[in-house]
Design a protein around this ligand. Sequence first.
Ligand SMILES: *Cc1c(COP(=O)(O)O)cnc(C)c1O
Length: 472
Amino acid sequence: MESSKEDYLRSIPSVDELLSIASREGLLDSCPRRVALEALRSILGRKRDEIIDSRAEEGLRAIDISIAGIMGELRAKLLPSGGKSLRRVINATGVVLHTNLGRAVLAKQALDNIALIASGYSNLEFNLDSGSRGDRYSHLQAILKSITGAESALVVNNNAGAVLLCLETLARGKEVVVSRGELIEIGASFRIPDIMRKSGVLLREVGTTNKTRLADYAEAIGPQTALLLKVHPSNYRIVGFTSEVSIEELAALGGKGGIPTMMDLGSGCLVDLRPYGIAQEPTAQATLRAGAGLVTFSGDKLLGGPQAGIILGKGELVARVAKNPLHRALRIDKFTIAALEATLHLYAAGEELAFEEIPTLRMITAPLEGLRKKARRLLRKIEGIEALKARFAIIKDSSAVGGGALPAAELPTFALAIEPIGQAVDSLEARFRLHDPPVLGRIQKDRLLFDMRTVADEELEIIARACRAVLS
Ligand SMILES: *Cc1c(COP(=O)(O)O)cnc(C)c1O
């Protein structure tokens, strides 16, 4: 190695020295010493790598190894959240169910119930009437049955787990018939063919990508067939010359041969969205009425609750699924039960309350005029800094629901558009992202958009503060 690199490496300040400065500054008051130490090691490790990889002399000199520089980076890492990795962010992307940003925001009633149940003991698995051991699933069964009309219900860790568990229970070592148009991928980690292989079932593909007919299913049914599966192609649409078999037709076909039908609904909408001008997702209720033996969906997509995989269906089938030892490995915790039960209570109290109190439904159905007003309020808060480094405008655009729900739905919305002056939009986006708290928008050509659909009223002031910090 060249001697200048060695000199440079040797002049990196020591961990002890930096840590004692951090301690004097009070940085360790809100952050455990070990966490600060790890943060510091990672900063210094990166500096070392940069020095070793640097090519020319000026590349070397661009690497800041001053005490002030390193302390600045450490402060930026530790101050926002006491060094915690999981942080609150402002979602101004307009994507209501953003899987990378935690999907559904919980209703206040759900949060209050988590706090109540988790801050003390509970009757999680204790029957208060008889004084004997109870069942954690009992808390959700009655309400799920009452809202959806299902004969029986079970809740597991997430929908991928629900699909795996149902397939494994009903069809291990046997064949499951699925349309080629429904062999979907949801994110990189959930692909129907993979989950089928993992659950030990044999995939029997029928039809073509764009067209599958009832006769295709009928021809595929044989002595090895254990299940007919339909998958809601959540995150995409096949349009044009297409045909698919409805769950009614499929359930009727299966019924003749005594073969159960299962539908993976993905989002699991429980309400009618049409009055809000949004194309309807199939609801759990309608899918059950159509004769599906089992229906599975997520708790944290359109339902607007905690992460969970909800399984509804015929009593005999759900009972078999519940007895599978794999079920124990996918069991839900008390936070999920508390949050889900409180969310379901909002549905039980009537759709109107659900649309008012469940943030996911409220955001999806937010009236356009309200979004425009919100954008105006934000603009008024930041008008003073207008001329400096950016041009602001309120624009009409459209937001996406996300989370694999309603992929074709374009929800008209209003956004604050920031066009930076003298810097690239990418670096503007990065500065908002690195702000505390991070403010995440979406880039459209050379403007950064903050979509009002996913921004709460209380967050406008935070965004305004970020604009002042980033732009002035
Ligand atoms: C989202 C989705 C899943 C996975 O659900 P998770 O709750 O994320 O595990 C499975 N199937 C479909 C059709 C989906 O849309």
